[in-house]
Design a protein around this ligand. Structure first.
Ligand code: AMP
Length: 212
């Protein structure tokens, strides 16, 4: 089963992808995480991507295509995968189709801009293993420390308020049109993303049962 997580930044795509990955036994891939790792390791892709990411802009499609081709090779061998963070525009959605990726469902998590701005201020992440947390909604067991690997947690550069506003603008302009793209293919599952993590997962799992 291949799923796409859709929704504004901070809607909970990464969190739900991690939970679903565990429940369904399929891997989850986040382009944002891959890019952040490249930035940290200062690879050529990372150095190029950082210029866009720090401003809340999308990284050019040519860079994303190479990343996607790389991880799809790994997904094909398994039972499918959950794509978190890609596609981000119509060109990337068309690219996935051209690469022969069959999408079973695109899960849209609906959350309004005001709530997103509030949520993002509490987000934390582990710079070592990429695990995501939230000071209120998903706190680590020990404040400021990653449950998985014990590293100190950090705030993403692109979670600063002015960058969050830019990312929301980019989402509405470039990413939102994909909702129609998958709706027209009968693949869209639209979920209220404002409830608790557990309630949201429950709604997603119920909706997916209809797909299978
Ligand atoms: P995310 O962790 O998905 O919110 O992604 C963080 C940042 O990485 C985004 O604001 C973009 O700058 C970049 N990014 C992640 N995925 C993509 C993608 N599919 N296309 C373009 N840029 C992306």
């Amino acid at each position: 089963m291949t799923l796409i997580m859709l929704g504004p930044p901070g809607a909970g795509k990464g969190t739900q992808a991690a939970v679903l990955s565990e429940k369904l036994g399929i891997i989850s891939v986040s382009t944002g995480h891959i890019l952040r790792t490249a930035v940290k390791e200062q690879t050529p892709v990372g150095l190029e991507a950082k210029k866009y990411m720090d401003q809340g802009l999308l990284v050019p499609d040519e860079t994303i295509i190479d990343i996607v081709k790389d991880f799809l090779a790994g997904c094909g061998a398994g039972k499918g995968c959950i794509l978190d963070g890609v596609p981000r525009n119509i060109a990337q959605a068309e690219m996935l189709e051209r690469l022969g990726v069959t999408i079973d469902a695109a899960i849209l998590l609906n959350v309004g801009d005001k709530e997103i701005e509030d949520r993002m201020s509490g987000r934390r992440f582990c710079p070592k293993c990429g695990a995501g947390y939230h000071v209120k909604a998903l706190p680590p067991k020990i404040e400021g420390i990653c449950d998985v690997c014990g590293e100190g947690l950090a705030i993403r550069e692109d979670d600063r308020p002015e960058t969050v506003r830019r990312r929301l603008e980019v989402y509405h302009r470039e990413t939102e049109p994909i909702i129609g793209f998958y709706a027209s293919r009968g693949k869209l599952i639209s979920i209220d993303g404002t409830a608790s993590i557990e309630e949201t997962t429950e709604k997603v799992v119920k909706a997916l049962e209809m797909v299978q």
